[in-house]
Design a protein around this ligand. Structure first.
Ligand SMILES: Cc1cc2nc3c(=O)[nH]c(=O)nc-3n(C[C@H](O)[C@H](O)[C@H](O)COP(=O)(O)OP(=O)(O)OC[C@H]3O[C@@H](n4cnc5c(N)ncnc54)[C@H](O)[C@@H]3O)c2cc1C
Length: 386
């Protein structure tokens, strides 16, 4: 018999959640007319420093962080409410998302006091944006095979290698880099460390990689004996694997893993009333039930984060099932509402444009943050069957 470490302990949103939810909704309505943003399904598709600053001013970034770092010391469950409202409104959150979701929490856990004091308050103000420096040309799923190396000299870390698919490295301020500080040994997970890279000032090359829509989100980031100060090491030298795993749990657990097609599901629900077709009603009912389950699991994970537990296996379940759910919404929408998807329609809020974007981007959603095969491997290991 094995003891499974996969569980979803029930968690309930606190009484303060309702008030917070209506404040966020009110803010979003005002912000929409003030800044004129177009709602987008993919949370990483619209970078607006202005919007991120306005959220920062409301005090909704770093909501759970200690006050001395610019946070509000509120609960992970309240943060869940803010994130689900921003995502379901399709708000332009790409600028601050990575910094607030994973880079800030990583620095709180492993950073030095100097790093925390210098960076966290700026993230909380919505003025400091981060990239993820994990993937490399031959290392994606198999992250332990990275080859970028950081060599310690008397006065610096000297970095050589390259990272790929680095979202928004051309516009963000910092990147958290995973690099080898020791050659590969029998324990492949040993000898890696994390570093802060100043994307604006360090001696690096950032080359664009256009995505399938021809847009510039991705980059290749090249280091050629790039020297950075010794105090840019995050946490302990050699502890990079352990730290990056903790970072990935933040990356995989949130409602962004199942809300990318939320607006399409709303369209589907609205249209079922008109169609009077029991097969369609059943399909849409199933999707709605699935969404409610995913949301309940995601709230449970917020509860685990609140208690300081590690939700990495539960997060892998939400990410994998969430991506499958998103795909199913699109498949059913294409059957039920056979409207021709159009890119760059006149009114970009329209269903046709959202569908066109989603059809082009959906394949990438299951890749970002780890592929289905990798998620299932993590779940199998967690269940003790691998
Ligand atoms: C939209 C988007 C944004 C991204 N942003 C970033 C970013 O900012 N920073 C960053 O570092 N990375 C980023 N990535 C990269 C992402 O993390 C990788 O794409 C992902 O980890 C997969 O790696 P890969 O592309 O090298 O694919 P591979 O690892 O080459 O995988 C290819 C296929 O093989 C399968 N496979 C691989 N290994 C196994 C195995 N052991 N068992 C079974 N099947 C396997 C995979 O499941 C997949 O289907 C982003 C990706 C996308 C799509």
């Amino acid at each position: 018999m094995f003891e499974s470490s996969l569980s979803f302990p029930p968690a309930t949103l606190p009484p303060t959640a309702d008030r917070l939810r209506s404040d966020v909704r009110e803010f979003l309505k005002e912000s929409h007319s003030l800044l004129g943003w177009t709602p987008r399904s993919n949370f990483m598709s619209t970078f607006s420093a202005e919007f991120s600053q306005s959220i920062g001013l409301k005090g909704w970034l770093g909501l759970t962080w200690p006050k001395k770092y610019g946070g509000k010391e509120r609960s992970a469950l309240e943060r869940f409410v803010v994130t689900e409202e921003l995502l379901s409104a399709g708000a332009p959150v790409a600028a601050h998302w990575v910094a607030e979701r994973q880079s800030g929490p990583l620095l709180i856990r492993y950073g030095t006091e100097k790093q925390r004091m210098e960076i966290l308050p700026k993230i909380a103000e919505g003025k400091c944006f981060f990239s993820i420096g994990m993937s490399e040309p031959d290392s994606g799923s198999d992250l332990a095979s990275i080859r970028t190396r950081a060599e310690k000299t008397s006065h610096s870390w000297k970095i050589t290698g390259s990272k790929v698919w680095t979202s928004n490295a051309h516009i963000n301020h910092w990147m958290i880099l995973l690099a080898r500080t020791q050659p590969v040994s029998e324990n492949r997970h040993a000898g890696m460390s994390q570093f802060l890279i100043d994307l604006k000032n360090d001696n690096i090359k950032v080359n664009p990689i256009p995505n399938m829509l021809g847009q510039h989100d991705f980059n290749e980031v090249v280091f050629n004996e790039t020297e950075i100060p010794l105090d840019r090491l995050i946490g302990k030298e050699g502890n990079g694997w352990h730290q990056v795993t903790a970072e990935l749990a933040y990356e995989r657990s949130g409602p962004e893993r199942f809300l990318s097609t939320y607006n399409i599901l709303l369209e589907l629900i609205n249209s079922t009333g008109e169609q009077n077709n029991s097969e369609i009603c059943r399909a849409v009912g199933k999707l709605t039930a699935q969404l409610i389950s995913l949301r309940t699991m995601s709230i449970s994970i917020a509860g685990m984060l609140e208690r300081g537990e590690n939700p990495d296996i539960a997060a892998a379940v939400v990410k994998d099932s969430g991506n499958e759910f998103e795909q199913k919404v699109i498949d059913i929408a294409r059957q039920v509402l056979p409207i021709e998807p159009r890119q760059n329609g006149l009114n970009t809020e329209k269903y046709e444009t959202m569908m066109a974007e989603l059809i082009m981007q959906l394949p990438s959603f299951s890749f970002r943050g780890g592929t289905p095969e990798i998620m299932r491997g993590i779940i199998a290991r967690g269940l003790g069957v691998r």
